[in-house]
Design a protein around this ligand. Sequence first.
Ligand code: GLV
Ligand code: MG
Length: 338
Amino acid sequence: MRSPKDFFAPLALGAPEPVREIPFRPSRMIHFFDPSNEKMRTKVPSIAPKVDVLLGNLEDAVSADNKEAARNGLVEVGKANDFGQTQLWTRINSLDSPWVLDDLITLVTEIGDKLDVIMVPKVEGAQDIHYVDRLLAQLEARAGLTKPLLVHAILETASGVANVEDIAGASPRMQGISLGPADLAASRRMKTTRVGGGHPGYLVRTDPTGDDVHEGRTTYQQDLWHYTVARMVDACAMHGILPYYGPFGDIKDVVGCEDQFRNAFLLGCVGTWTLHPVQIDIAKKVFSPAAEDVAWARRVIAAMGDGTGAVMIDGKMQDDATYKQCKVVAELADELAA
Ligand code: GLV
Ligand code: MG
């Protein structure tokens, strides 16, 4: 199995097997819950087996009055449950908040053996990851933990985007990066008022034809997040870590949600956040390669033999580069099936 570190490793012919530091684990949906909410805590045993990652959220969407209850609620959930194959993550408060030090000290000390990944919000640059890295090393040593906690950054400030390559390579603990479209929109002073997804005003219009300047022209809505997701994917690929879409806040718009998730999947993301149970199946469907795509990929791989040269299949030219693309699809299917 591949680790996040070698997930994007070049598929060079004859290259030695990369060192497997961290086993690959599916993370198609990172399902958020509020541990300060008792009803949500009681649902954990039934929801955990349905998701790849369960995340106890301590940051935004948890009110200031509930920060301590959320932290203690997550400790309770971590101690009371065996998560099996499902990963347990947390999103701590931001590094400029009064809560983050207690978040890290309490969680690593109390349930450091149960947690897999610490998601750090509003990361501005590599210095934020270095700070968390050193703190984790101290807390892990004190708690006698043998498995290092991994770190995931949210890309949700203009300076974070400008520094994304440095963030991705800031520590061997780096597991991945998620887009945070809501905070990023505010940081960039975009004129939207929503969590992820598109906007009907962000469009291009076909050219006018003849006298008909206003009527009969088609508009196409554009993807507000294309640039950032593509940039994030490149930074993650360069450093061998995993890229993710983030939240899609219009829970009722399941069609728009699926489209947004699929754009991210096609561009290279391996998963997304899910904020409501209705989004879990959408994420599972989108971030698992479709059976027909896997069958096609295996056909190309079989036809390409040692992976060099060119063959025609159903009138389409295949060569070393399509072979590599097909290996990405087929290997992801194998890993998810393992
Ligand atoms: C997520 O945290 C976001 O701001 O979109
Ligand atoms: Mg945010």
